[in-house]
Design a protein around this ligand. Structure first.
Ligand SMILES: Cc1cc2nc3c(=O)[nH]c(=O)nc-3n(C[C@H](O)[C@H](O)[C@H](O)COP(=O)(O)OP(=O)(O)OC[C@H]3O[C@@H](n4cnc5c(N)ncnc54)[C@H](O)[C@@H]3O)c2cc1C
Length: 478
């Protein structure tokens, strides 16, 4: 009997657990360790943050899904991995004191991002001056503060709302973009749009870069870029926008940033939602003699190093699509895999920039929900292969993967909207597609309109169905 342990029940780990449980769960031991007893559908937190969705609609209990799938569930925080002796120690989070030891033959690390607010002085809802929509608690705090601002606008006060990234190397610009455009629509709906100044502040090279080097599409014989597309949205929605800016500190009223040229500047706000830097989750990796072996498993930022080629200069990396990992397997411990945000990318997708002061202002590569789910499936299928046949048969690099992103720009099914962006491949491959985009211009596509709002809503419902392991879940693609 083989033992498989998975740490983290997000898009990546939960998808992996469902495939592993349904294929191996009856004859082998599959264990999920997750801090919460609920799955959180993170993308809909954008709507929680403007009070357009009840937070409970973004969650469901995990245990009943895992019971169906023959997956053992441990509610706990994995704090130590012992890769030589092949076990994980988790601090129990189910209300009982103590720790649990989970032995494994194969381990999947799918812990998502650690929200590194402390990398930017004064950032964050707990110890700082800004809000976040990255967790359920953060999204409800944002919602409450946003509603206080609405109340003041309804009394006639003007408010400045600042949305974007809160660190020079932040990622997840798409979520912040959704938040600011949903805020715009919500303010219009509440009749107070004229009382709000909406400001976009981001570390992207250009509007619409989204950490994937932007997107170019062919429309009616003309090339259209995501920069044209997104800046037109900002102009239409009367959103002031600033890019190429790395936020370095925040106080109760002002965000302080450095720009590409090394100039220091500041932006005042009454309410700010700024995405922090993401790092890997803090866990100890302990060898058989008690020594720290983390340098064999994670990089300096705490992300798990897998079968990518690390350390290449950007110019070389951009020409080397095979530098992106294919099977997400650690090279030192071949029974350790990483999926979703937890794996270490070999470098940025967007063109990096260093200011004259040495500040690296570069949008980090996103590993969106779809990409995380696909990687979770690849990892699960390979572990199933290893258990059943002793060799892996699945692989998919981000330079071979397509991804669809539907960025909500107002949730209403009558006058809402969404930007639907389809990219193939996610990481440009200039060898296969020798155009300025490095992507397949037949598949890569951008569209904006009401249909996207319907799709975004349907995706919430369809994914909640799939992720609860309901009838036909395997037929719904990640
Ligand atoms: C507001 C917002 C909107 C977004 N919108 C979209 C969208 O529209 N489309 C899209 O594709 N992507 C979207 N994304 C990105 C998407 O949510 C992430 O890419 C995705 O959640 C990453 O999945 P993951 O499994 O890697 O990590 P996560 O979803 O973060 O899951 C990690 C899990 O591991 C658990 N965990 C962490 N450490 C431990 C530990 N030590 N022990 C036990 N458990 C642990 C966490 O509690 C969590 O349950 C959005 C992100 C945000 C913040």
């Amino acid at each position: 009997m083989s033992k498989v342990a998975i740490i983290g029940a997000g898009f990546a780990g939960h998808t992996a657990a469902m495939y592993l449980g349904s294929a191996l769960g009856k004859d082998h031991e599959i264990t999920m360790i997750n801090m919460s007893d609920r799955f959180l559908y993170v993308p809909s937190l954008v709507w929680v943050g403007i009070d357009r969705m009840d937070p409970e609609k973004t969650r469901f209990p995990l245990k009943s899904v895992y019971d169906k799938m023959n997956v053992r569930f441990v509610q706990g925080k994995a704090s130590e991995v012992h890769p030589d002796e092949q076990y994980v120690i988790a601090e129990r989070k189910d209300g009982v004191a103590g720790t649990v030891r989970v032995d494994y033959d194969y381990l999947v690390v799918a812990t998502g991002p650690q929200l590194n607010f402390k990398a930017t002085q004064g950032l964050g809802p707990e110890h700082g001056n800004t809000f976040s929509i990255c967790t359920q608690a953060h999204a409800t705090q944002s919602r409450d503060a946003y509603l206080e601002n609405i109340a003041r606008m309804q009394k006639g006060e003007k408010r400045r709302l600042l949305i974007g990234t809160g660190h020079p190397a932040a990622t997840c610009q798409g979520a912040a973009f959704e938040y600011i455009t949903n805020i715009h629509k919500d303010l219009v709906r509440r009749g107070v749009r004229d009382k709000a100044e909406l400001i976009w502040l981001s570390n992207e090279r250009s509007a619409g870069d989204f950490g994937i080097r932007g997107v170019h599409v062919k429309q009616n014989g003309h090339m259209l870029s995501s920069e044209d597309f997104i800046s037109a949205v900002f102009d239409e929605y009367d959103i002031q926008w600033m890019v190429q800016k790395g936020v370095k500190a925040v106080d109760s009223k002002t965000a302080y940033w450095e720009d590409y040229e090394g100039n220091q500047g500041e932006t005042a706000f009454d309410f700010a939602m700024l995405i922090p830097q993401f790092t890997g989750m803090d866990m100890k990796y302990i060898g058989k003699d008690g020594q720290d072996v983390s340098n064999k498993i994670v990089n300096a930022a705490g992300f798990v190093m897998v079968d990518g080629i690390y350390g290449l200069d950007y110019e070389i990396l951009a020409e080397t699509p095979e530098a992106w990992p294919a099977v997400y397997q650690n090279r030192n411990y071949r029974n350790i895999f990483a999926a979703g945000i937890a794996f270490a990318p070999p470098g940025p997708i967007s063109v990096p920039h260093k200011t004259p002061n040495g500040t690296n202002i570069t949008a980090a590569p996103p590993r969106t929900g779809m990409v995380s789910g696909i990687i979770g499936r690849i990892v699960a299928k390979n572990i199933i292969d290893l258990v059943q046949r002793g060799r892996m048969t699945h692989s998919e690099r981000m330079s071979e993967m397509s991804a669809a992103c539907i960025a909500s720009m107002g949730d209403s099914l009558w006058d809402g909207s969404a930007a639907t962006i389809m990219v193939y491949p996610v990481v440009p491959d200039f060898r296969r597609y020798p155009n300025e985009e490095g992507r397949d211009l037949f598949v890569t596509h951008m569209e904006m309109g009401l249909a996207g709002a319907w799709m975004k809503r349907m995706i919430h419902t369809t994914f909640m169905h799939k992720l609860q392991g309901r009838v036909g879940w395997q037929l719904i693609p990640e």
